[in-house]
Design a binder for this molecule. Structure first.
Ligand code: SF4
Length: 332
């Protein structure tokens, strides 16, 4: 297909109404091209998981558009949405709670095929064998139940299920963070290999910057319900422009003890403000080390800066893409 797989237009998700509403996602616009991996990063409470759930319509959207392969699914009735669900799917953080404990692996993986009437029973069996092989599981795993598997195996089953109907978009919501450190890398490698082989687009949600650096082509940084920076991976890591992005990168571990010891860390003061009463103006101004008076009242739009198409929401970043430099990036 031509055109984007996913286009979010001014997406808003509030929980509750009036002055007590939790403004989890507050006007996010983002596009994913076919086969593109976009990493969505931010601290806990930034709204990134809610955004992922809005994309696959697990939660109703308050306003805005979720255009999936040209169709706005934001307000689509359930009956019409059902037919489109084969084109997108989600993998959750904790495979233990996302897999039905009363179903065998075979039933779990084949469920989307049955729901979307994709193949007859012989075709489903063949697809099951193929999928288990693709995610690195032996055929006999098909007869087991989730509690008989390790955490890494369960996440492989989740991936097989999510990909069984051949979606154009996979939302991966912290897919490795509930796993033992020893299996995180193998699951991350598996996602990278599946994405390269099958060519689906992926919105990869994580707080792990090393994971997005490994997997994503483009990175979107979220703070308190809004995107503050979107840029190509190499550009974002070499030249983070938004002060929040710079703070996030300065806190990420570097696999070189000498650099880790000598690099400057930006320590943000205070906690992330409540999404019930987000600060006026720039939402980051209460923690920003270089905030100006106008930042308290004027909200900076997410706008294109520099020659490479980066988008940044900060008053201090110029159209040429120059902005405050809080620390020098560590050269690895
Ligand atoms: Fe900091 Fe102001 Fe830029 Fe917001 S707009 S990130 S408060 S300098």
């Amino acid at each position: 297909m031509s055109g984007p797989v996913l286009e979010l237009v001014d997406l808003v998700k509030h929980f509750g109404t009036g002055s007590s509403a939790v403004r989890a996602v507050d006007g996010v616009s983002l596009t994913l091209s076919p086969g593109e991996v976009v990493g969505l990063v931010g601290e806990s409470g930034s709204g990134k998981t809610t955004l992922g759930r809005c994309v696959v319509r697990l939660v109703p959207v308050t306003s805005g558009q979720v255009v999936m392969r040209g169709v706005d699914i934001a307000g689509l009735p359930r009956r019409k949405l059902r037919g489109l669900r084969r084109h997108f799917n989600i993998v959750f953080q904790d495979p233990s709670s996302s897999l039905n404990p009363r179903m065998t692996v075979a039933d779990i993986v084949c469920e989307p095929l049955r729901l979307h009437r994709i193949a007859d029973s012989a075709g489903r069996r063949a697809r099951l064998t193929e999928l288990l092989d693709q995610v690195g599981l032996r055929p006999e795993v098909a007869r087991r139940y989730p509690h008989e598997l390790s955490g890494g195996q369960r996440q492989r089953v989740s991936l097989a299920r999510a990909l069984s109907a051949g979606p154009a978009l996979l939302v991966a919501d912290e897919p490795t963070s509930a796993l033992d450190v020893s299996v995180q890398a193998s699951v991350l490698n598996l996602i990278a290999r599946l994405q390269a082989d099958l060519g689906f687009a992926c919105l990869f949600i994580t707080h792990d910057l090393a994971a997005v650096e490994f997997l994503a082509q483009r990175i979107a940084v979220m703070y308190l319900g809004k995107l503050v920076e979107v840029a190509e991976r190499a550009e974002l890591f070499a030249t983070p422009r938004h002060p929040y992005t710079q703070a996030l990168l300065s806190a990420a571990p570097i696999p070189d003890p000498r650099l880790q010891r000598t690099r400057q860390r930006i320590v943000l003061s205070g906690d992330v403000p409540s999404p019930v009463h987000p600060p006026p103006g720039c939402r980051f101004h209460t923690r920003c080390p270089v905030a100006e008076i106008r930042c308290r009242t004027e909200e900076p739009p997410l706008r294109p800066v520099g020659p490479d198409g980066a988008l940044v929401a900060c008053h201090l970043v110029t159209d040429a893409g120059l902005g405050p430099r809080l620390v020098q990036p560590a050269v690895v």
